[in-house]
Design a protein around this ligand. Sequence first.
Ligand code: HEM
Length: 130
Amino acid sequence: MNNTDLVFQSYGRCCRKDDFFVDFYEFFMSSSDAIRNRFAQTDMEAQRHLLRHGVMQIILVARGMSDRKLRDLGESHSRHKYDIQPEWYGLWEEALLKTVRVHDPEYTPQLRQAWKEVLKPGIDLIRDAY
Ligand code: HEM
């Protein structure tokens, strides 16, 4: 199996419980007060659903799908709208990898590496649109 297959299946196991996204935002917001503040006015239930699709988009783009929706996320996260600092994406990635470790019963260090490689082009695209 290649990395995108491994990650696609891992994400399927993670998404079986809504807690995955609850825990992700808990970890992510704990990584910095500046990040927690960005979600102070956010409907987190809606946000968890949006993120579920956002992560799937990143995986599908790594599998060869059009990156149009990720380019829209790049625009919304850029200095022109949410003004998300490029250095925050490392914290986002760390929080996601930690959540996978906690939730995927088949987690291994090799799977973590596969996730990193699959996430990289999507994260770079959104961050570099800053
Ligand atoms: C590659 C990583 C990321 C993905 C896939 C992602 C995904 C999303 C999605 C799907 C939305 C909703 C659609 C939209 O409003 O455009 C969103 C909104 C948002 N994201 Fe991200 N995001 C990422 C990184 C970050 C980071 C690093 C931050 C830093 C704080 C952040 C903060 C926000 C905020 C503040 C909103 C709007 C919340 C609201 O409507 O109140 N995102 N994100």
